[in-house]
Design a protein around this ligand. Structure first.
Ligand code: NOJ
Ligand code: CA
Length: 554
């Protein structure tokens, strides 16, 4: 068993270069700007940065439409700047993950241009074509309401091409061995430039069979092993974090029974049920989701997140549950997207209520897995609903009270900085929060520090304890002869809970509060009694602070 898989006890921070920091004053964030903010990220304590797509791209889907995989978008810098950046990150002990977007290319990619032009060209068979419009062309759209079909007629090729996403994102024919070889070449290229792995975009679609004659797409899971094998051979401590919003019954197909496929997956099941629990104060479905996703190989890990750069997808909840979340966090039509989700950032969803924000983040940091934080959420940044679709939660980072939040000196930032209302940069910015010991930023910094000292969450086994009230989630983790215990009250009212730690020996008699002074001693009957304030939470170490003396080596 490998004992030092770095991603098992890490904090990942996701950002896009174009909206983080503009150093050369053209209004677009760049690698030089990001370099200047590395000490901020280092101070925050993150272990890894996940960079959203930064390669050459027409930019019609936030960079998820790549026109050259071996390049840096000139607006962001050069390959030279990129290597300076990975080097500078490495010097600070921060790893870099990048997006691997290989389900599709941009329609401006030279491969696609050649494929359309010449049916005999090498790249024709890199895409998926049909002479006639397939009968299921208006099925399987990922962006319902915006995307009209999955097959579009190309006037140059005079055939239809398949696109799971927007029509400017033609799908690669990933079953073609030459395409797979190219994907490995792309991975090998970036690995050589210093990245520690990939957040792999749209994995179920990458491995799916594609074609006009495919009635029921089938996942070709063996491909995942090919990717992993290659990566692990080139650089041993690199990894893949898969974006796969799938049912728990197929999770192990993605991880591989022997841990030979994806290292990490985002836990969409827990994410959606977590929002339901926050909306309803009923933790039962959340506990069920955690149980259903409990199984994973020793080397496998879940990515735990609250919000990301897309809509909060609630598609796996029942209609009634989804409505409960809509009512609580996104009741207006303009808050919602694609008939399944909410497009707001977390802080406005929770009404800017600091108690609820802390509760949500405390959960993200203590649910079984590795937390993935989105830039700006450490400040409680808001959104701009006047921007279309998912763009509303992709506004520039708010650094200070300088014009445009200190993001750029230009008068024309690539995206408008939020400059009015309670979430405007005059009120919500890093410089201001840095000076305030009680700010969200300083709270996040402290919680990251503590989370890294609680490896039980990343490595251990968890058990949900019965506390006799569904509004309270009580979790205990055990690992190497140490245990930690977390309580979270999802209700607006204070709740007193009584519970046993479930540990057989004497250790459970004392719970040491890791975030405050109020510890807990078990009563004579062996039970602890804790009163949680509304939306309150507790982090306890079971036993005493001599736990490191008691930790076993295996
Ligand atoms: C998932 C990404 O998160 C999303 O932003 C993108 O539009 C699609 N994949 C297509 O690449
Ligand atoms: Ca710039």
């Amino acid at each position: 068993m490998i004992k030092d898989l770095w991603y098992k006890n890490a904090v990942i921070y996701c950002l896009s270069v174009g909206t983080y920091m503009d150093a050369n004053g053209d209004g677009i964030g760049d690698f030089s700007g990001l370099m200047r903010r590395l000490d901020y990220l280092n101070g925050l304590g993150v272990s890894a940065i996940w960079l959203m797509p930064f390669q050459a791209s027409p930019g019609r889907d936030n960079g998820y439409d790549i026109s050259d995989y071996y390049s840096v978008n000139p607006a962001y810098g050069t390959l030279g700047d990129f290597v300076e950046f990975t080097h500078a990150a490495k010097q600070r002990g921060i790893r870099v993950l990048i997006d691997l977007v290989v389900n599709h290319t941009s329609d401006q990619h030279p491969w696609f241009k050649e494929a359309r032009r010449d049916p005999k060209s090498k790249h024709r068979d890199w895409y998926v074509w049909s002479k006639k419009k397939p009968t299921n062309a208006n099925k399987g759209m990922v962006f319902p309401g915006v995307q009209k079909s999955t097959w579009t007629h190309d006037p140059v090729a005079k055939e239809y091409y398949f696109h799971r996403f927007y029509d400017f994102q033609p799908d690669l024919n990933t079953s073609n061995p030459e395409v797979l070889a190219e994907i490995l070449r792309i991975m090998g290229f970036w690995i050589q430039l210093g990245v520690s792995g990939f957040r792999m975009d749209a994995v179920p679609f990458v491995i799916s069979t594609k074609g006009a004659d495919v009635k029921k797409p089938r996942e070709q899971y063996a491909m995942l092993r090919d990717l992993r094998e290659f990566l692990q051979w080139r650089v041993g401590d690199s990894m893949i974090l898969a974006e796969a919003n799938v049912l728990p019954s197929t999770d192990m197909q993605y991880f591989g029974d022997d841990g030979d496929r994806m290292h990490m997956m985002f836990n969409f099941q827990v994410n959606q049920n977590l929002f339901y629990a926050l909306a309803s104060a009923d933790t039962k479905p959340l506990i069920r989701a955690m149980d259903k996703t409990k199984k994973r190989p020793h080397s496998g890990q879940w990515g735990m997140f609250l919000r990301n750069h897309d809509e909060l997808d609630l598609g796996r909840l029942s209609e009634k549950q989804r409505q409960t979340v809509f009512d609580a966090f996104g009741p207006n039509k303009e808050d919602q997207l694609y008939d399944r989700g909410i497009r707001r950032r977390l802080a406005p969803m929770l009404g800017g209520d600091r108690r609820r924000l802390e509760l949500a983040y405390s959960l993200m940091f203590t649910l079984p897995g590795t937390p993935v934080l989105r830039y700006g959420d450490e400040l409680g940044m808001g959104d701009d609903l006047s921007l279309p679709e998912r763009e509303c939660c992709r506004t520039p980072m708010q650094w200070s009270t300088e014009p445009h939040g200190g993001f750029t000196k230009s008068d024309k930032p690539i995206m408008p900085v939020i400059g009015h209302g309670p979430y405007g940069y005059e009120h919500v910015n890093a410089a201001f929060q840095r000076r305030d010991p009680n700010s969200m930023l300083n709270w996040i910094e402290r919680i990251i520090r503590m989370r890294k000292e609680v490896p039980e969450v990343g490595w251990g086994d968890f058990e949900a304890l019965n506390v006799g009230n569904d509004a309270v989630l009580a979790l205990r983790y055990d690992w190497r002869n140490n245990s930690v215990l977390f309580l979270h009250n999802f209700a607006a009212e204070p709740i007193e809970v009584e519970f046993k730690t479930g540990l057989a020996d004497q250790r459970g008699a004392r719970l040491v509060n890791l975030l405050g002074d109020e510890h807990s001693e078990a009563k004579k009957n062996g039970k602890h009694c804790v009163c949680l304030e509304s939306y309150g939470y507790r982090w306890y170490r079971v036993g005493g602070l001599d736990y490191l003396l008691n930790r076993s080596d295996v």
